[in-house]
Design a protein around this ligand. Structure first.
Ligand SMILES: Nc1ncnc2c1ncn2[C@@H]1O[C@H](COP(=O)(O)OP(=O)(O)OP(=O)(O)O)[C@@H](O)[C@H]1O
Length: 627
């Protein structure tokens, strides 16, 4: 029914792009439209139940929440209906015409041809409702917000081609009805067996009953009775005993709550009794959402109190560094009137948070026993977990055990070595865990600082993620071993160096005293100190920072973020065995000056640093090459 109030509006650009992708790319997956529409209907029922806690009238005398599915082979339609919360005109326009997640447009634009065909990538947008257009060439939505007048109904229609019309209608029932006018090649869905099969496949675990009608013919044709049969199991999955839930059910439930098209990597289902009583079902996704690093990206658990849905994305129950964990928390201790604001003040919440944090870390610990699955997790979420030691001191050691690194043992960019692995390979006299931080994997791997370590066969962690230096400032120890940055401070290999080696080093240092003093004079204010070192075997020189100084990587990050920092002068260390250093000893005047400066500049470049005056460096180098 249309009225004078009918209005035609355009979809937001993102919606157009997404519709286009879905219709053309997700063809083989298109049966999931039913799952998505049932999922939305069930969510709408959950929302009504919550609001009706304080206002029974919202049920409008129909408190039996449900989703209904009907089909009509002649009209080629499938209808999904719920008696949930419904939508106002404004809700319809914003929910069924836009996608609110920020960054969506940019993300969609960046997708490559192959990625565009990947249902799992596209699925992360909560494309839910729009998936109807995979099977329908016209979708009609009729809805009314529970508790409003009958004339506050809204009809939304679209052919999925850039615009939709919206009109006011009379609607006696609250809730939402979605009619899909099937495409010619999708009429197969207007079929009882097909629909029932799909409901059981995808929506068994949803607490709200999903019903379908059975029509019984009476004596004459007009005398038919309709009985409604509940097709799904209709019991909230997490309330059932673990032993009775199959992996497929856990996976299907994950897709419902996480709006994800991929299976989860792992899950943990627990019922806790005692002082606190709650059930949690936590999942680790297989793939990171595109907005994992955006502040406003969705995170948190779906919160229920005594099986009543309270809110989505309750972020109070897990720390930020576990923001990739999805799931459900059903508490018996919180009040049904709890709100986001009240959660922040409730002391019970803090206790649950700490318990759920442990559970999540244990779940990851278990996952780590399957190295391949854990690698998938690490590649997606490792850099998020690296925020852990700074955020959660109490669990630092546990988190550290879950970290994975590139190291000189494998020399591979794949971060797959644990600290435990490292410790098992440590040399007999080795006391510390050595690491280097650089801007890129190659800069770390080829750093001159590693030369002595490679020579002596001592393993070094190769760190090059942006967060790594920040991580290492919060990670001082693991399993009683301290962490040592090989590019900072005086290199002391402790007991690994023999007495003779130490003596020889001291003697060399003495022998080079005058050379060191000459260089120091030439370089002046540009360095903090000059000294000979035994950490180099191939390179002539390297720069190091004082032990407690902020590292180069963090400096560059902070400077890029516009944070002014006091200048720090490097310490120049020379390899006394190197031919260029030996040559310095017999060089005078300008040549000495040039060579000393070139060595300093090269050391800075090898560190990934920027030269203050690169042209001067090149000029000097060319003079030397020409000479
Ligand atoms: N049957 C329904 N009843 C009431 N509201 C609905 C219904 N279907 C959709 N909506 C509203 O439209 C919004 C958009 O739905 P859509 O399926 O596109 O995404 P979504 O399922 O909400 O995704 P996400 O859950 O990731 O936010 C929903 O969040 C909800 O507010």
């Amino acid at each position: 029914m249309t009225t004078a109030q009918e209005q035609t509006l355009g979809f937001q650009t993102e919606v157009k792009q997404l519709l286009n992708l879905m219709i053309h790319s997700l063809y083989s997956n298109r049966e999931i439209f039913l799952r998505e529409l049932i999922s939305n209907g069930a969510d709408a029922c959950d929302k009504l139940r919550y609001q009706a806690l304080n206002n029974d009238a919202l049920y409008e005398g129909d408190p039996e929440l449900r989703v209904e599915i009907e089909y009509d082979q002649d009209a080629k339609t499938v209808t999904v209906r719920d008696n949930g919360i419904g939508m106002s005109r404004e809700d319809v326009i914003s929910n069924l015409g836009t996608i609110a997640r920020s960054g969506t447009a940019e993300f969609l634009q960046q997708l490559s041809g192959e990625q565009k065909k990947d249902a799992r990538l596209i699925g992360q947008f909560g494309v839910g409702f729009y998936s109807g257009f995979m099977v329908a060439d016209e979708v009609v939505v009729r809805t009314r917000l529970a508790g409003t007048e009958h004339n506050a109904g809204v009809e939304w229609r679209s052919r999925g081609e850039g615009e939709f019309t919206i009109a006011e209608i009379e609607r006696a029932e609250h809730g939402t009805e979605i009619v899909l006018h099937l495409k010619e090649d999708a009429v197969e869905f207007a079929d009882e067996h097909r629909l029932k099969h799909l409901v059981r496949k995808y929506s068994d675990h949803i607490e709200v009953p999903v019903r379908m009608p059975t029509v019984q013919e009476g004596e004459d044709e007009t005398d038919t009775t309709i009985t409604w049969e509940t097709v799904n199991e209709a019991q909230a999955l997490w309330t059932r005993p673990k032993s009775e839930i199959s992996d497929d059910e856990y996976k299907a439930f994950y897709k419902h709550i996480a709006h994800d098209f991929s299976d989860p990597l792992t899950w943990s289902h627990n019922k806790v009794e005692g002082k606190l009583e709650y059930t949690s079902l936590l999942y680790v996704p297989e793939r990171a959402p595109f907005d994992l690093y955006q502040r406003e990206g969705a995170r948190g658990l779906k919160l229920y109190v005594q099986r009543v849905f309270i809110l989505d994305d309750a972020e109070q129950f897990l720390p930020l560094y576990l923001r990739f964990v999805k799931g459900v928390l059903d508490s018996n201790d919180l009040s049904l009137n709890v709100s986001r604001e009240l959660l922040q003040q409730d002391p019970q919440v803090e206790k649950m948070k700490s318990a759920l944090t442990k559970r999540s870390l244990d779940m990851l610990g278990k996952l780590a026993k399957d190295p391949e699955a854990y690698q998938t997790f690490w590649n997606q979420f490792g850099t998020v977990l690296k925020e852990g030691p700074a955020e959660d001191h109490a669990n630092r050691e546990k988190i550290a055990g879950l970290l994975r690194f590139s190291t000189t043992h494998t020399d591979s960019t794949t971060q797959d070595q644990s600290l435990q692995d490292y410790i098992e390979r440590m040399q007999a006299q080795q006391q510390s865990i050595y690491y280097i931080v650089a801007d890129s994997f190659n800069a770390a791997r080829h750093s001159p600082h590693l030369e002595i370590f490679r020579k002596k066969g001592i393993e070094v962690l190769l760190l090059s993620d942006r967060i790594d230096e920040w991580l290492m400032t919060h990670l001082t120890e693991f399993d009683g071993k301290s962490f040592v940055d090989v590019a900072k401070g005086d290199l002391d290999l402790g007991e690994i160096d023999s007495e003779e080696e130490k003596k020889a080093q001291e003697e060399t240092a003495k022998a080079k005293e005058s050379l060191v003093a000459r260089i120091r004079e030439v370089l002046g204010e540009d360095v903090q100190e000059v000294r000979v070192t035994h950490r180099l075997t191939d390179s002539p020189a390297c720069v190091v920072l004082p032990e407690h100084e902020m590292g180069y990587q963090m400096r560059r990050l902070m400077e890029a973020a516009g944070q002014p920092l006091p200048e720090v002068k490097p310490i120049l260390e020379l390899n006394p065995e190197h031919a260029l250093v030996t040559r310095l000893e017999t060089t005078e005047g300008d040549s000495f000056n040039d060579l000393a400066r070139v060595l300093l500049d090269q050391a800075i470049i090898a560190e990934g640093g920027q030269l203050d005056d690169p042209a001067a460096y090149i000029k000097r180098l060319n003079t030397m090459l020409a000479g």
